[in-house]
Design a protein around this ligand. Structure first.
Ligand SMILES: [Fe+2]
Length: 391
């Protein structure tokens, strides 16, 4: 599945135009293993920003389970095959499968695999903190609360990642990687809330201010906008419910608007979403892992987004890559969800064919599909919010 969208004067850009445009670009990055630790500067091109492409990839949840590491390698190989070669990849968070509910040894392995495969990109990649990238900030933790590596320290040490939020310039554009995993102390011990926090917001405002008129893109793991209630037809689920969206979206949004940020790139929900408010786009990419390496997640197959920066205009295209789910014997829920998704897609095809043929059957009724369970914002199984209808 490939979809193209845009903002600015080329808002109606079609896929053919996009491909024709990027075909004239040249590679801008050197080969080599990359794990970017800090902001890196790049002088703006004389006469203004230049053309380049970059990738937003999120929620790869790298794990040997379901051969997710091989799936991620297929994803990386797909990025390597892009023509033109993107200048860099913005990693949207949830890099390893999980640090909150896994043993320290398992988390160590997830991070190692993530780094090993990501280094194969051959271009720079910039890490963003996800809620699964912290060790033990959950009541279900498998490490002691006084473990010296608890929290963000472990993944930041292993990836040589100096500050959890930072910015850099490229091609006359300004990019910011935010940390949306805000530390709090719960009754059970260290935990997180989905927020940017006043200190980081203050830094962001002045960082964007220092970037002046450069076009700007900001990345967060937890989304500013994502309404699971509307998406699932579930009136019980509120827009600010639980950990699906940032709790300080309003404060963040006003900063993005005042500095004319082009887009906020989001992750966490594992499904493609696009909203625009006051000229700022809020774009959620598909998860690279799809449904945690068990196929598509409610219509969003494993994939990523390719962006093209042209002058001060941003266009984008969603890409998927070939990967057949490699389920484990006990993945009953995942098998049921895959079957439900296939049924939804088959029903959509059937309805489309019938409606295009102009045949109306008075006896036919919309088909409601239900999964037995689903997953909540952090991938835990949940009985609360089944995926009730075709998307
Ligand atoms: Fe995720």
């Amino acid at each position: 599945m490939n979809k193209t969208n845009g903002i600015g004067e080329n808002a109606g850009l079609c896929r053919r135009d996009f491909l024709a445009g990027v075909g004239a670009l040249s590679a801008t990055a050197a080969l080599g293993p990359w794990s970017v630790r800090r902001a890196r500067a790049d002088k703006p091109a004389p006469g203004g920003p230049r053309e380049f492409t970059f990738v937003h990839m999120t929620d790869m949840h790298v794990t040997p389970k379901r051969r997710g590491d091989k799936g991620y390698a297929a994803c990386v190989e797909s990025v390597r095959a892009l023509n033109p070669r993107p200048a860099f990849v913005l990693m949207g968070g949830d890099l390893g499968f999980d640090g909150n509910y896994s043993s320290k040894a398992d988390f160590e392995e997830y991070i190692r695999l993530y780094k090993e495969v990501s280094d194969g990109l051959g271009i720079p990649y910039y890490n963003c903190m996800g809620n699964h990238d912290v060790l033990g900030w959950s009541a279900r933790r498998k490490v002691p609360v006084d473990d010296p590596d608890i929290g963000k320290k472990m993944i930041m040490d292993r990836l040589e990642w100096e500050k959890s939020y930072y910015s850099f310039d490229f091609g006359g554009w300004h990019f910011v990687m935010l940390d949306s995993i805000y530390p709090v102390e719960a009754a059970h011990g260290p935990a997180y809330e989905p927020r940017i926090g006043s200190e980081q917001l203050d830094w962001l405002a002045y960082d964007l201010g220092a970037a002046g008129d450069r076009p700007k893109v900001v990345v967060t793991h937890i989304a500013a906008f994502c309404n699971m209630g509307q998406l699932n037809g579930d009136p019980e689920r509120k827009a600010m419910d639980g950990h699906m969206v940032l709790w300080d979206t309003r404060e963040l949004r006003t900063i993005l608007e005042r500095h004319k940020v082009k887009a906020l790139l989001q992750g966490h929900s594992h499904r493609i979403e696009q909203y625009c408010m006051n000229d700022v786009w809020y774009l959620t990419s598909a998860a690279a892992s799809g449904a945690w390496w068990a196929g598509s997640w409610v219509g969003s197959p494993p994939g990523y987004t390719v962006f093209r920066a042209t002058g001060d205009t941003l266009t984008w295209e969603h890409r998927s890559f070939a990967w057949e789910p490699q389920l484990e014997p006990d993945d009953k829920l995942e098998r049921a969800n895959i079957a439900a998704q296939e049924a939804r897609e088959a029903e959509q095809r059937r309805l489309l064919a019938r409606e295009r043929a102009g045949r109306r059957s008075p006896a036919s009724q919309p088909v409601a599909f239900r999964c037995r369970t689903s997953r909540d914002a952090d991938g835990a199984r949940s009985e609360r919010s089944p995926q009730p209808r075709p998307d």
